[in-house]
Design a protein around this ligand. Structure first.
Ligand SMILES: *Cc1c(COP(=O)(O)O)cnc(C)c1O
Length: 398
């Protein structure tokens, strides 16, 4: 008997669960885009986005998804014939590199595979070997959502500095912003990209690009930047529409205002700590299950695990069967395995992900874990005892 009626939980790594306050804020008629509330609200949003990013420099908003943020950022600093270095820890690192290739860049990839963090020594060596300083930017993904690998972005900057290399450091925080600690200025990041639909709890549609003076100087030296992606007119625009190179994303802005209010009411440090505790509860459960069954966390070392998304391996066909069961029988949608194998690989059915980013609390995570355990029973997947007790103990400690 299906027990899926009731409030469903979309536990995928984006789009994330949207708070009622965000949905309510968006439920309104279109505002005046030439004067009044929307214009005033936008200035405050830019200020607060910079607070979330940990930067005193510039924030811009494009209408677009995460891929748009990738292209927007690259378009301003990387042109045809330029070289970029991509230290990849999963499919999203590879994907950002492909975006750069699409703009005519030469892409040098250091692929660390699907289960390993970046090797900073290897990155430093690659930069030292580039004696002509042809590498114009290093594209680092903070949390690769496919593998759930978290990278040491401050360490990446240190490796660049140790090599004495002048390339820009660009960071993809699409999965991590508002979940995992990130401090753009303190960590020496020149360009950062994010999007609205993950830790920021707003529907997909806003691409965010942050940049500092070093990046602005590189932009000034570009032969051309296509008009829509050009961040220059969006910075200190003479007319309001120039913020967005056209009509503002009116309703998303109302949603984002509500989401930012929630983040600062809770406190950014607390938001990060909440995500960490919830992630530790998930890891504790999976460790216990894994003592008596095939389920394992993709990233072995907790230091290199995201607090927003968790990639797991459970063996084919268990992963796909389990996801089907939790969705159809219990109203819980888990994330598909992404980039862990090719589509025609029979092993593809052995991976899945927990999304635990944004508007997520203790009872949601405990409910998710209990539901997964019920699903393993129903699907005849063996597992070790004590997982829910272990998760509850982490939550109880806070
Ligand atoms: C989701 C995500 C993207 C892509 O975002 P889309 O909105 O799907 O285009 C890129 N990078 C990371 C790290 C992501 O999590």
């Amino acid at each position: 008997m299906s027990l899926s009626q009731g409030r469903s939980y979309l536990a995928i790594p984006g789009p994330s669960v949207m708070p009622e306050a965000v949905l309510r804020a968006m439920h309104r008629g279109a505002p005046n885009i030439y004067e009044g509330e929307l214009i005033e609200m936008t200035a405050g949003i830019m200020t607060d986005l910079k607070r979330v990013a940990g930067t005193s420099h510039v924030a811009t908003i494009y209408i677009g998804n995460g891929h748009a943020a990738w292209e927007a950022a690259l378009s301003n600093v990387v042109g045809s014939g330029d070289t970029v270095l991509v230290p990849a820890t999963g499919a999203f690192g590879i994907g950002w590199g492909e975006m750069a290739a699409g703009l005519g860049a030469e892409v040098q990839t250091l692929d660390f595979g699907r289960q390993s963090p970046m090797d900073l020594d290897q990155i430093e060596a690659a930069l030292r070997a580039d004696t002509a300083h042809r590498i114009k930017a290093v594209l680092g993904v903070h949390v690769d959502t496919s593998t759930s690998a978290k990278s040491d972005i401050a360490g990446l900057r240190a490796a660049m500095d140790a090599a004495g290399h002048p390339a820009l450091l660009m960071a993809d925080c699409i999965a991590s912003l508002g979940c995992d600690r990130f401090e753009m200025d303190a960590w020496g990041v020149d360009v950062m990209v994010a999007a609205s639909q993950k830790g920021l709890m707003v529907p997909p549609g806003l691409a965010l690009v942050f940049f500092n003076d070093r990046a602005r100087a590189v932009r000034a030296g570009m032969h051309r930047v296509s008009r829509y992606w050009d961040w220059q007119p969006r910075t200190d625009p003479a007319l309001y529409y120039q913020h967005f190179c056209g009509t503002a994303p009116t309703h998303h802005l109302y949603g984002l205002r509500a989401a930012l209010d929630m983040i600062f009411d809770e406190g950014l440090e607390h938001v990060w700590a909440r995500h960490e505790t919830l992630a530790r509860a998930i890891w504790a459960a999976v460790d216990a299950w894994g003592q008596g069954g095939p389920i394992t966390l993709n990233m072995a070392n907790p230091t290199h695990r995201s607090h927003a998304v968790t990639s797991l391996s459970i063996g084919a066909p268990h992963g796909t069967k389990l996801r089907r069961w939790t969705q159809d029988e219990a109203g819980l949608t888990l994330g598909i395995g992404l980039g862990m194998s090719s589509d025609d690989d029979p092993k593809a059915d052995g991976f899945f992900r927990f999304g635990h980013m944004g508007h997520v609390n203790a009872h949601m995570v405990l409910g998710m874990l209990s539901t997964v355990q019920a699903g393993m029973v129903a699907c005849d997947i063996p597992f070790g005892p004590g997982a829910l007790d272990a998760a509850a103990a982490v939550i109880a400690q806070g």
